[in-house]
Design a protein around this ligand. Structure first.
Ligand code: PHE
Length: 458
C-alpha cells in the first residue's frame, strides 16, 4: 500500500510545506483581528500558551501517526486499529473537513487575487475612501467575479497538487514560503517607521485586561487549532511523507514557531498601517479588504506596498489550499490506488462546485435567502461548522487516540525514533492525554451553550 507514495526530499522540505499549510489567511487576516478584539497582549500570551501546551502536542501526534503508517488519514487509522473500528471514521471526517474548508477558503483566497488585480491597476490611489470601501461590497454582490476567482484559485491549487509531493507541493513551498517571509519582513521594516507603529505595538502587546473575557481563552484555543492546521489530518498527511529518520518533535516545533512568528509579524503590519491612517481596528473581513487598501491609497509607496501585500496573502493562502487538497487527494490514492491526476481533477472539480454557494453568499442568491432564514449565509455555516466543531473534535479524537489507544511501547518507540529530543516524550504525553482534551472539552461546553446552562457566563 505504502509504496511509491512520494517523500519529501529533505527535512526542510517538510518544514516549509507544513509551515505553508499552517501559515495562511488564519495568520494574516484572522489572527490580527482576533487579537484586537480580545484584549491585545493578554490574548497574545494566552494564544502562545495554547500553541505550546495544546496545539504543538497535537501536531506532534498527527505527524507521528502519519510517519508511522506512511499513509493518509483513513488508511492510517485502518492500519492502526481492528477491522471496522470506529476510529476509521476519524480519518473520513478529516477528508470531509478538508473538502469543506477548501470549498470556502478558496473563495476568500480568490478575493485576494481580485484585490491584487485592483492594486496592480492602481484603483486604490485613484479612489476616495468611500469608493474603496464600496469595492468590497461591489465584489460581494458580483457573482461572476466571486465564482471566477474561486475557480481560478482551485485551478492553481489542483495544478500544484497534480505535480505530486516533491515536484508539486515541496517545489512550490520552497519558492513561495521564503518569498512570503521576505515580503512580510520588508513590510514590517517599513511599518516601524510609520506614525502608528507605537500605538499598534501597544495595542497588540499591552494587556488590555478589560477586553479580555474568559471566552477569549476559547477563541485563542480555536485560533491556534485553525492556524496550525490541526484536527483534520493535514499534518498527518504531510507527516506520512517523512522518512523515519526525521525527528518529530523538532520539525513540529519549527512549524509552530514559524506559524506564530508570521502571525505576529502580520499584526505588526496590519495595525500600524490601519492606525497610521486614522482607522479603527475593524473586525471581520473588512480589516484587510477595506481598511488596508484605504491606508495604501494614502501612503507614500502605497502602489508597490499594496501589490506586495496582496501577493503575500495569495501565496500564504495557496500553500494552505494545497495542503487541504492533498488530504483529499492522497486519501483516495491510498485507498483505491487511483492515479493522482484523476483524483486531483475530479475532487478539485467537486470542491469547486460545492464552493459555489459560498462564493454567492455575499450576494442575494444563496446568501440572502439563507441569511433571512437562519441568520447565517451558506459561507458562514460551512465556516462555523468546520472551525468551531469539526477541527476541535478531530483534534480531541487524535489526542485521545494517540494518547490512550495507541500501544505505549509503540508510541514511545515511534516518538523517540530519529530524534535527539526523545526526552520531550515525558512532557508531551501528559499534555496530549490531559491538557489538550480538557481544553477542547471546555471549548465545546462553551460553544454548545452548556456553560451558560450551568450558570457560568463566559
Ligand atoms: N492553517 C490555515 C490558515 O491559517 C488554515 C488551514 C486549516 C489549512 C486546516 C489547512 C487545514 O489559514
Amino acid at each position: 500500500m505504502a509504496t511509491n507514495r512520494g517523500t519529501w526530499a529533505s527535512r526542510l522540505g517538510f518544514i516549509l510545506a507544513a509551515a505553508g499549510s499552517a501559515i495562511g489567511l488564519g495568520n494574516i487576516w484572522r489572527f490580527p483581528y482576533a487579537t484586537g478584539k480580545s484584549g491585545g497582549g493578554l490574548f497574545f500570551v494566552v494564544y502562545l500558551l495554547c500553541v505550546l501546551l495544546v496545539g504543538l502536542p497535537i501536531m506532534m501526534a498527527e505527524v507521528l501517526l502519519g510517519r508511522m503508517t506512511q499513509s493518509s488519514p483513513v488508511v492510517a487509522f485502518r492500519t492502526l486499529t481492528r477491522r471496522r473500528s470506529p476510529w476509521i471514521l476519524l480519518g473520513w471526517m478529516g477528508v470531509l473537513t478538508g473538502f469543506l474548508i477548501l470549498s470556502y477558503y478558496s473563495v476568500v483566497a480568490g478575493w485576494t487575487i481580485h484585490y491584487l488585480v485592483l492594486a496592480v491597476r492602481d484603483v486604490f490611489a485613484a479612489s476616495s475612501v468611500e469608493s474603496i470601501r464600496g469595492l468590497f461590497d461591489a465584489l460581494m454582490s458580483d457573482p461572476v467575479a466571486n465564482v471566477g476567482y474561486h475557480a481560478l484559485f482551485m485551478g492553481l491549487t489542483v495544478a500544484v497538487v497534480i505535480g505530486g509531493v516533491q515536484a508539486g507541493i515541496e517545489r512550490w513551498s520552497r519558492v513561495l514560503m521564503p518569498t512570503l517571509f521576505l515580503m512580510l519582513a520588508a513590510l514590517v521594516v517599513y511599518c516601524v517607521f510609520l506614525r502608528g507603529f507605537g500605538d499598534a505595538t501597544r495595542f497588540v502587546f499591552a494587556p488590555h485586561t478589560d477586553d479580555f473575557k474568559p471566552s477569549s481563552v476559547l477563541s485563542a484555543l480555536g485560533q491556534s487549532f485553525y492556524s496550525l492546521s490541526l484536527g483534520m489530518g493535514a499534518m498527518l498527511t504531510y507527516g506520512s511523507y517523512l522518512s523515519r529518520d526525521t525527528g518529530i518533535p523538532r520539525s513540529s516545533a519549527w512549524v509552530a514557531v514559524l506559524d506564530t512568528l508570521i502571525a505576529t509579524m502580520a499584526s505588526l503590519v496590519v495595525f500600524p498601517v490601519t492606525f497610521s491612517f486614522g482607522m479603527e481596528a475593524e473586525a471581520g473581513p473588512g480589516l484587510i479588504f477595506r481598511s488596508i487598501p484605504i491606508a495604501f491609497s494614502q501612503m507614500t509607496g502605497g502602489y508597490g506596498l499594496g501589490i506586495v501585500f496582496f501577493v503575500l496573502i495569495a501565496f500564504a493562502a495557496l500553500t494552505s489550499t494545497i495542503s487541504l487538497q492533498e488530504v483529499v487527494t492522497s486519501s483516495f490514492i491510498d485507498l483505491y490506488g487511483w492515479p493522482r491526476r484523476t483524483v486531483c481533477l475530479v475532487s478539485g472539480a467537486a470542491i469547486f462546485l460545492f464552493g459555489i454557494p459560498s462564493a454567492l453568499s455575499g450576494g442575494s442568491v444563496f446568501g440572502g435567502s439563507m441569511k433571512a432564514l437562519t441568520g447565517k449565509s451558506f459561507f458562514d455555516w460551512v465556516d462555523h461548522l468546520t472551525v468551531n466543531w469539526m477541527l476541535p473534535l478531530g483534534g480531541l479524537a487524535i489526542a485521545i487516540f494517540t494518547g490512550f489507544v495507541l500501544d505505549e511501547a509503540v508510541r514511545k518507540q515511534e516518538f523517540r525514533q530519529g530524534t535527539t529530543w526523545g526526552a520531550v516524550y515525558g512532557v508531551w504525553l501528559p499534555l496530549l492525554r490531559y491538557v489538550g482534551p480538557a481544553a477542547v472539552l471546555l471549548v465545546f461546553a462553551q460553544s454548545s451553550g452548556l456553560l451558560r446552562l450551568l450558570g457560568i457566563n463566559w
